[in-house]
Design a protein around this ligand. Structure first.
Ligand SMILES: [Ca+2]
Ligand SMILES: [Ca+2]
Length: 108
């Protein structure tokens, strides 16, 4: 198995990011599980980071499952905007650190 603890921790950080503080309380356990599975599946090369193409896959899977804000991003085709907002250093990959930074951002 190549799905290591590193990958799992990465998935959890992304999960926290996508749920957001308020949405976390509204998501059912089934929804959380579905999103976690989507995250693990979207990191196709298991490098612990989400590339731009992997991100689009993830958003589409989440949108199909009606998770978080993914449906809105998909409907608007706002992949670049959503990705760019998370990719703090602009290198084209979403790392754990970047997703933690965004997850810790409080809106409003
Ligand atoms: Ca990857
Ligand atoms: Ca980056």
């Amino acid at each position: 198995m190549k799905a290591t603890i590193k990958t799992f921790c990465f998935a959890l950080s992304l999960l926290a990011l996508q749920m957001g503080a308020a949405q976390a309380q509204d998501m059912s356990a089934a929804d959380k599980q579905a999103m976690l599975e989507n995250i693990l599946q979207s990191d196709k090369n298991n490098d612990g980071a989400i590339s731009r193409s992997e991100f689009e896959t993830l958003i589409k899977m989440n949108a199909d499952d009606n998770l978080g804000r993914a449906a809105m991003v998909k409907r608007m085709g706002a992949y670049d905007a959503a990705f760019g907002r998370i990719d703090g250093n602009g290198d084209g990959f979403l790392t754990q650190e970047e997703m933690k930074a965004l997850a810790e951002e409080r809106q409003g």
